[in-house]
Ligand binder design. Structure first.
Ligand SMILES: Nc1ncnc2c1ncn2[C@@H]1O[C@H](COP(=O)(O)OP(=O)(O)OP(=O)(O)O)[C@@H](O)[C@H]1O
Ligand SMILES: CC(C)(CO)[C@@H](O)C(=O)[O-]
Ligand code: BAL
Length: 413
């Protein structure tokens, strides 16, 4: 078994963008990045939340802002109940155990986007009640990670949920709608005190290994412990028949499935396909950190994974032949960017590229056509070297922005 490919070092190469005068001369995959970059810059589309105006910090916003939004009260002009306390949520839940209506859970950390909404839409088709949890879980953030900066957009989230609920009500194909939002505080979720964020922290944690040790878990050693712990709590509170997770966080879905299996939880885990922006970038709450320039290059990981997918579709089965395509593509884009000036270029590093078994996330040397596999990766978009006047940098001069993505390789003979 091979480890995931290590960090790709940035080689300062002559810029492809500079040395090839016309865009028509660019290799087709780089051309698509170049076009996507221009398309994005002209459309300025999917970053729907402006950092200054709508974002507040996760650590300052662990409880609902307004006391008028009391436990069990309705969200704006909707029938969605808002709960902050476990005890009042449980009272609400008990009725639905008795009337045998199915309850779905969609766990989120807020800063809602179309990816979250697609989980809710899927849940509403299959369940009588959808419960959305909105909680930025400190236990899954490492000590030097972005807990304090994590976007909190509660007002916009409420608006999105109320609007979606109306849409679900008008569409005759749904079994249910959004019935409740659970938005607990940290003292409510962690009654023994603020959860430890160190690997060696003591406390009541759920650990699911070995799957939590690799890939995302290697880069974020407390991440899956935090995720499994908070999901166990949420599953115990909500007691959902089904819980909905996004394919974007592929390894997380494996961790949760293992937890459900190994702890005999009476919940079915449903995985919903990744929602993407027009240029292919997986929607993610953290995309707002990127700013325009880095956002335009952020599709590099997805494009690289697609190059590897093409090799698989064309018959390649060996790790090097498949994953090598992603690596090569990404290196080319890195080289091209490094040929640009400090006010234009985007620097990024590959954290890992992986070809793994879809059920265990263990690295594969050869893909068995009968079972397929999963390509995944993580890149760190680094701070910009120099800003242009008036440029929207997002967190362009802050810490690196880490993006993940994956593509499932289905069985092929
Ligand atoms: N683009 C997406 N498509 C489908 N599901 C998604 C997408 N983005 C997030 N999800 C899912 O939504 C759920 C809540 O995710 P979360 O609130 O962390 O949002 P996020 O966009 O993944 O944020 P982050 O920037 O922290 O990765 C998870 O199950 C996650 O996999
Ligand atoms: C599942 C989750 C809501 C747990 O905090 C989080 O990891 C996420 O948003 O993917
Ligand atoms: N969607 C994954 C949550 C996290 O990265 O913390």
């Amino acid at each position: 078994m091979q480890p995931a490919l290590p960090l790709l070092r940035q080689a300062a190469r002559p810029s492809i963008f500079n040395t090839l005068r016309s865009r028509a001369q660019l290799p087709s995959q780089l051309l698509s990045v170049s076009i996507a970059r221009q398309h994005y810059q002209s459309q300025k589309q999917p970053v729907r939340l402006t950092l200054q105006s709508t974002r507040t910090m996760a650590s300052r916003c662990s409880s609902p802002a307004s006391p008028s939004q009391g436990d069990g009260s309705k969200l704006r002009a909707s029938s969605i109940r808002l709960f902050q306390k476990v005890s009042s949520f449980r009272r609400w839940r008990r009725q639905h155990l008795l009337d045998q209506r199915s309850v779905a859970l969609v766990p989120t950390m807020g800063a809602l986007h179309e990816g979250h909404l697609s989980l809710i839409r899927t849940a509403a088709r299959e369940n009588h009640h959808v419960v959305v949890s909105v909680y930025v879980n400190p236990a899954q953030f490492g000590v030097s990670e972005d807990l304090d900066a994590y976007p909190v957009t509660w007002e916009a989230d409420v608006e999105a949920l109320v609007k979606l609920d109306r849409e679900l009500a008008d569409d005759g194909h749904n079994l249910g709608r959004i019935s409740a939002v659970f938005r607990p505080t940290t003292p409510e979720m962690y009654p023994a005190g603020f959860p430890g964020q160190e690997v060696a922290s003591k406390g009541s944690f759920v650990t699911i290994t070995p799957v939590s040790d690799v890939l995302e878990g290697r880069s974020r050693p407390t991440f899956f412990r935090g995720v499994a712990t908070v999901c166990m709590k949420l599953f115990n509170i909500v007691q959902p028949e089904r819980a909905y997770f996004g394919q974007k966080d592929a390894q997380q879905t494996v961790v949760i499935k293992n937890m459900v299996r190994d702890f005999m939880l009476p919940t079915e885990v449903v995985v919903v396909p990744t929602a993407r922006a027009e240029d292919g970038l997986a929607l993610s709450s953290r995309n707002v950190y990127l700013g325009e320039r880095r956002r335009a290059v952020a599709t590099v990981l997805y494009e690289g994974l697609k190059a590897a997918e093409t090799a698989y579709n064309d018959g390649a089965r060996n790790r090097a032949a498949v994953l090598g395509q992603a690596e090569e593509y990404i290196k080319k884009v890195q080289g091209a960017e490094m040929g640009l000036g400090p006010e234009q270029r985007v620097r990024f590093e590959v954290d890992y590229l992986s070809l793994a078994d879809v059920n265990t996330m263990e690295e594969l040397e050869v893909i068995d056509g009968a079972t397929g596999g999963i390509l995944s990766g993580a890149v760190r978009m680094l701070p910009v070297d120099a800003s242009r006047e008036g440029e929207d940098l997002g967190y362009g001069q802050g810490p690196p922005v880490r993006l993940i993505d994956n593509i499932i390789l289905p069985p092929r003979d």
